[in-house]
Design a protein. Sequence first.
Length: 100
Amino acid sequence: MLTVELRIAPDHPAFAGHFPGHPLLPGVSLLAEVLEAVMGEPVLAARVGAAPRIGVAKFLAPVRPGSDLTLRFDAGPGALRFEVLMGERLAASGTFERAP
């Protein structure tokens, strides 16, 4: 299992208008951050290939401006499983698969 630490900047552009007065990181932006972390780690990038696809994604808790996240990755058969944690709280989970 590999872990990556990530901080979501308070001024991340995805917060603009999402949602006024109660900003939260859209799921697609969170997935982009996770995928960027995958592609930045050679062993993970090799596992998913140049054009990975999402097998499953679950969003369980909102990610707010300034959140400190721990990304955990575990390679399974044919997929790379990920979990996004805020402290002990699971914010998201899912899998990336290698495109055929």
